[in-house]
Each structure stands twice: as structure tokens, then as C-alpha cells.
Design a protein around this ligand. Structure first.
Ligand SMILES: [Fe+2]
Length: 340
């Protein structure tokens, strides 16, 4: 080796600095557990050399864990679902803001927290599902219709403490104001065919079984049933029609799966790199398709047959951060109308 070459090499390693030497690992706390995620993570490691240590858990328990770990938490990135839940983590002071030209260019402004505390990487729609044998297409078009006395004894809904329903009401509060949103919750509650119980899939099954005629559900639960290997689950989906609500007004309520860099992240640079990678075309496809969701980044082509079949729709353009801000009001309104 010539002296000059030696100096150049030393200089190069000096410029790269000790940060990159530390940043060869990323501790990812995730409530996702999909097969396509394997490819997602291994491609990141292949292109960056950064190894991913994954901690998986339930949504709220993961947030609790990071909180308990405090300043010593090894967590670099939290991936979870629903802007309302990201807001909860934000309220606990778990995130640090990230400024990234890549993320700002790729992720639409309404799908990320304005100061960069968290970003949405895929979208989900809360659709109306109806029993095709009992409801005509076009008979129900809007979330507001669910509160109409016409549907008395015909509506199934899950619990009001569920984050998806809290976020949905958060959107209604923004669009209608608190008084009308409360009247809506009261009306829907009065139309219930049964006390709220179970998850979205249970509501879809109840509709298919004729226990009620309409419900709301995130679209990916319907997609899962339709793509199921179990014939009885496909039969449930076959009995159900899907409506994207509020197409003539503000659009269908859209929520996100998202992620943020944690306040005490030991590998901050790797964490930012990972979020930027999640916004790439390739990662967007894996990330969204793992749960039958839509990519957050515009113009990323999807191959998912169920989503293609459901087609395009008008989306609510509300910043999803508002859903979190309205969460205390949502819970208050649901409690006031005694929606369990
Ligand atoms: Fe879900």
C-alpha cells in the first residue's frame, strides 16, 4: 500500500465516523406479524448492512413496554396501527421528531404527524358492509345513514373503546362538529341489533349470518375472508357487499399503519434510514400487501386482487393526527350515549 493510499483510507474511515460503526443494527418494535414482512426486513439488511432485531407484541402492550423501559429502552422504531394509537405513544412522549426530505416528499402530508413524530406507511379504509340478501345496493351510502331509524335493530358495531371506532368518531367530530357527532353515536347505538362484542371479523360474520344487516369494518378483514383458504370464511365474504361511505361528501374515513423513531433510540441514523426505506416503492408494496392495505405513497402499483376488485374511491383528506387529538372527545361522546 502506498502512503498516499493509506492516508486516503484513514481519511475515508474518519469521515464515515464512529456513528456508522455503531449503526449496524436496528431494534424494531412491531405489532405486525405478516409473512411478507420477512422479505421487507431482509431486503433492508441486504441493501444497508443493518441487521434488524425484531420485538413483536400486541399494540398497546408494546407501547407499555417502551414506556416501562424508559431512557434505557433499546427500541429504535415502533411500528403499529391506527393514528389514534400512534397518538397515544406520542402523548407518552415516546417519539422524537424526524426531519427527512425523502419522507416529506414521499408520504402525503395528511398521513403523517406534522412535526415528524410519526409517519403513515399504508392506509386502510373503514367501510360499510351489508348483507346482500337483505340490503339493496345504494340503500346505504354514508356513515350518517347508520343513525337513521330505518336501520333500527339492524346494525352491528364493536365496542366504542376500540381504537378504530374512536378514530372514526374523531373524523365525524371534525366534519360534523361535536353536537352532530354525538347525535350520530346516539342514533347508531339505538339501532344496534345486539350489544357490542367481538372484533371487525365478528361483525362481518354476524352480518353474513343475518344477526344484523349492516356494520362497519376495516377493508382488510373483508379481504382476508375473501382470500381465505377456508371455504366457510369465503362464504361469509360472498354474502357481503362493501360500500365506501361518503363518496358525495368528504370521503371514506382512512386510517394508517405507521411508525416513528423513539426518543431514546440508540441507533437513530439506522432508524431514519429504515423509515426512508419503508417509503420506497418496493417496501411500500410488501408493507401494504402484508395486510391487504393500500400503499401510503402515491402511484405505487398494487397487485392485490381484492383491493383491485374494490377499486378506487374518494378518501377523507383529514390529517390523521386529528383522529388522535379528537380521541378524548370521541370517548366522552360514546360514554355519554352509553355505547359500551
Ligand atoms: Fe385490525
Amino acid at each position: 500500500m502506498t502512503v498516499l493510499k493509506g492516508i486516503a483510507l484513514a481519511l475515508a474511515s474518519l469521515l464515515a465516523g464512529p456513528v456508522s460503526a455503531q449503526d449496524q443494527v436496528l431494534n424494531l418494535y412491531s405489532s405486525r406479524h405478516y409473512q411478507t414482512d420477512e422479505a421487507l426486513y431482509s431486503n433492508f439488511t441486504k441493501s444497508t448492512g443493518i441487521k434488524i432485531n425484531r420485538i413483536e407484541g400486541g399494540e398497546d402492550p408494546l407501547i407499555e413496554r417502551i414506556r416501562n423501559e424508559g431512557a434505557r429502552s433499546p427500541a429504535d422504531v415502533l411500528i403499529t396501527v391506527d393514528a389514534g394509537r400512534l397518538w397515544r405513544a406520542e402523548q407518552l412522549g415516546l417519539f422524537q421528531p424526524v426531519k427527512s426530505a425523502t419522507l416529506e416528499a414521499r408520504i402525503p402530508a395528511n398521513l403523517r404527524e406534522p412535526s415528524g413524530l410519526w409517519y403513515g406507511f399504508s392506509t386502510r379504509a373503514r367501510v360499510i358492509a351489508y348483507n346482500k340478501a337483505k340490503v339493496q345496493p345504494g340503500e346505504i351510502r354514508n356513515y350518517e345513514d347508520l343513525a337513521d331509524a330505518k336501520w333500527k335493530g339492524r346494525v352491528c358495531m364493536r365496542s366504542s373503546t376500540n381504537i378504530y371506532n374512536l378514530s372514526l368518531l374523531g373524523a365525524l367530530i371534525d366534519h360534523l362538529g361535536e353536537a352532530k357527532a354525538e347525535a350520530w353515536a346516539k342514533g347508531v347505538h339505538a339501532n344496534l341489533a345486539q350489544e357490542p362484542k367481538g372484533g371487525d371479523t365478528d361483525q362481518l360474520k354476524a352480518v353474513a349470518a343475518g344477526q344484523c344487516d349492516v356494520t362497519v369494518s376495516n377493508q382488510y378483514y373483508y379481504a382476508r375472508l375473501l382470500r381465505s383458504e377456508k371455504p366457510d370464511e369465503r362464504q361469509v365474504a360472498d354474502k357481503i357487499g362493501i360500500v365506501f361511505p361518503n363518496q358525495a361528501t368528504w370521503g371514506t374515513h382512512v386510517n394508517i399503519s405507521g411508525a416513528g423513531v423513539l426518543k431514546n433510540a440508540p441507533n437513530r441514523q439506522a432508524a431514519i434510514k429504515f423509515l426512508e426505506y419503508l417509503a420506497s416503492d418496493e417496501a411500500q408494496r410488501y408493507f401494504a400487501d402484508g395486510n391487504n392495505e393500500w400503499p401510503a405513497v402515491a402511484n405505487v402499483k398494487i397487485e392485490n386482487p381484492v383491493l383491485k376488485q374494490l377499486g378506487e374511491f374518494k378518501r377523507d383528506q383529514l390529517n390523521v393526527a386529528v383522529l388522535g387529538k379528537n380521541q378524548p372527545s370521541s370517548q366522552k361522546l360514546y360514554d355519554r350515549v352509553a355505547w359500551k
